[in-house]
Design a protein. Structure first.
Length: 82
């Protein structure tokens, strides 16, 4: 098992989260898109907000994909008005 998998397993156990519900690759893709398309500090904040929304039951089923799309759109249009 690699360090990342061990860490996620440990954190899930500590917080009472089923590790099977953590889509590590999708979350890493999300943070990559946000870090490169919006701003690096926005990546962990976005992941945190997504987690809050999912924990509260207010996130739509496709929330992760929608946020990735927002970051990609942000990157395309952020400089459009300059």
């Amino acid at each position: 098992m690699n360090v990342l998998a061990e860490w996620i397993e440990l954190v899930c156990r500590e917080l009472g989260v089923d590790p099977a519900t953590v889509d590590r690759d999708a979350l890493l893709d999300l943070t990559k898109e946000v870090a490169h398309g919006v701003a690096r500090p926005a990546a962990p904040l976005t992941a945190y907000v997504l987690g809050l929304a999912q924990g509260a039951g207010s996130a739509p089923q496709d929330a992760l994909e929608r946020v990735v799309a927002l970051a990609q759109e942000w990157e395309r249009t952020a400089g459009a008005g300059e």
